[in-house]
Design a protein around this ligand. Structure first.
Ligand code: DGL
Length: 262
């Protein structure tokens, strides 16, 4: 059995393109429909009820485009909206694959950085402790990272100063692994790795999510045929200009974007 229908991916903005890019690398036969909910970004400061409402609308939009599964690339939406979420297709988030990736490399002391709402929900802490209850976990909300990346200041001295301040308590706690619990943070890897040094492993959930999706498609007999030629479509809920500017950096591919109302 195979299924040529596309995979739906949504994020609050462009950051989820890190996950879309990992999916394109790992599953080159699969088509993608990507929705960036740029009109309502940021999710990372919003309440669970609001993020749940947005998530339902975004998943519905993608299902209307006949996707066979939805990947919630947004960490905040994965953390706040997926418990008990029901849809007509499988819906997979990024927290569990991110926790798996951290468990695979940690020696016992894990730092988690994410948006304010993801940290408040404790989603990574719960997912990590469920796997290894004895882990020493230190969390830090990094509210300024998303705007800095959106501004294109991913490798800037201001970003480095901000990052040093956020990471200081985690370095004091002697973490050996740092989970990048937000779509935008992989873009900051050069700065972050300079600050934490080579002894701390950086865990980006994009690659492990792509691996989990590959497994999920296989288990549900939803894989595209091996000779399938993929087509990708990108949608955003706000005007396209800002999205397009950042998208090529994040996705490493040229992107054509359609403006939609959700
Ligand atoms: N996509 C969000 C996340 O991964 C970051 C951007 C936002 O706050 O909406 O948590």
């Amino acid at each position: 059995m195979s299924d040529p229908r596309p995979i739906g991916v949504f994020d609050s903005g462009v950051g989820g393109l890190t996950v879309a890019a990992a999916l394109m690398d790992r599953l080159p036969n699969e088509s993608i429909r990507y929705l960036g909910d740029t009109a309502r970004l940021p999710y990372g400061t919003k309440s669970p009820t609001t993020v749940q409402r947005y998530t339902e609308k975004n998943v519905g939009f993608l299902i209307d485009r006949e996707v066979k599964a939805v990947i919630v690339a947004c960490n905040t939406a994965s953390a706040l909206a997926l418990d008990g979420f029901h849809a007509d297709v499988p819906v997979w988030g990024v927290i569990e694959p991110g926790a798996d990736a951290a468990i695979a490399v940690t020696r016992g002391r894990v730092g988690v950085i994410a948006t304010e709402s993801t940290i408040a929900a404790g989603a990574y802490r719960t997912a990590l402790s469920r796997r290894r209850p004895e882990l020493d976990i230190h969390s830090q909300a990094c509210g300024l990272f998303v705007p800095l990346v959106e501004e294109g200041w991913q490798d800037d001295e201001i970003t480095e100063t901000v990052a040093r301040r956020y990471l200081a308590p985690l370095l004091d706690a002697d973490i050996d692994t740092l989970v990048l619990g937000c779509t935008h943070y992989p873009v900051l890897i050069p700065v972050l790795s300079r600050i934490v040094g080579s002894d701390v492993r950086l865990v980006d959930s994009a690659a492990s999510t792509a691996e989990a999706v590959a497994e999920g498609l296989r288990a549900n007999q939803l894989e595209a045929p091996s000779d399938h030629r993929p087509e990708h479509h990108f949608f955003a809920t706000d005007t396209a200009e800002r999205f397009a500017r950042i998208a090529s950096t994040v996705c490493r591919r040229p992107i054509t974007l359609e403006h939609v109302d959700v």
